[in-house]
Design a binder for this molecule. Structure first.
Ligand code: AMP
Length: 219
């Protein structure tokens, strides 16, 4: 991929954005910037931002745009993002996408790769998802990718836990929020000629090789 390019992994909750961004980021040497992970880190260290975000997160709702956008633009201004970065979970609304466009350095552009997965599959994935406490990008699944030792991350030995917002009721709410507030971004990036569609209902390896191929090509 071209340096200085910003790649957005777009898709409903549970579509594999986090898994794929972690793999691609490591392969391409690009930082994986996940607003959900940034919020969870703020919640666990008890910052003011974390306290303001927690209620929205637990209910499966979006954190207000100004809080998210400020946090994100500060993160991508860091030195490690100077050569480009992979966004996971941002933008999630049209105003966030507009703020990102305004915040991009001159000559930079953002391209969106949309992971498409049917709702029923998303609900099943979330129901078994196990996240590592040491690194939120290490993800297992009780049925699809069980850890070798119960409750322990294969990759780093961290403790695995279920996210509160992965309960089926909250997942349904998050899917509704996605349809209402995030799906308009599909039209936003399509209208700018910056959208590519990817079948996300395949194994992580298959999805990863498609993404790798797309990123190897110019936008
Ligand atoms: P995620 O890990 O991406 O599923 O995010 C977990 C939760 O963090 C979401 O359900 C939202 O409450 C919040 N969040 C993460 N990213 C954003 C965003 N870009 N805009 C608003 N809320 C967000």
């Amino acid at each position: 991929m071209t340096r200085g390019q910003v790649v957005i992994l777009l898709g409903p909750p549970g579509s594999g954005k986090g898994t794929q961004a972690a793999r691609l980021g490591a392969e391409l040497g690009l930082p994986h910037v996940a607003t959900g992970d940034l919020f969870r880190a703020n919640v666990s260290s008890g910052t003011r931002l974390g306290k303001r975000a927690k209620g929205f997160m637990d209910a499966g709702e979006l954190v207000p745009d100004d809080l998210v956008t400020g946090m994100l633009l500060e993160r991508v201004a860091a030195e490690d993002c100077a050569g480009g970065y992979l966004l996971d979970g941002f933008p999630r609304t049209v105003p966030q996408a507009e703020a990102l466009e305004r915040g991009l350095a001159d000559g930079w552009s953002a391209r969106a790769l949309l992971l498409e997965v049917p709702d029923q599959v998303l609900i099943e994935r979330a129901a078994g998802r196990l996240i590592c406490r040491m690194d939120g990008a290490h993800i297992h699944h009780a049925l699809l990718a069980p850890p070798r030792r119960d409750g322990i991350c294969d990759r780093c030995g961290g403790e695995l836990y279920r996210r509160k917002d992965d309960e089926p009721q909250v997942v349904r709410e998050r899917l509704e929020v996605y349809r209402r507030q995030t799906e308009p971004l599909v039209a936003f990036y399509r209208a700018r000629g910056r959208l590519e569609l990817v079948d996300g209902d395949r194994t992580p390896d298959e999805v990863c090789s498609t993404l790798r191929e797309l990123l190897g090509r110019a936008a």
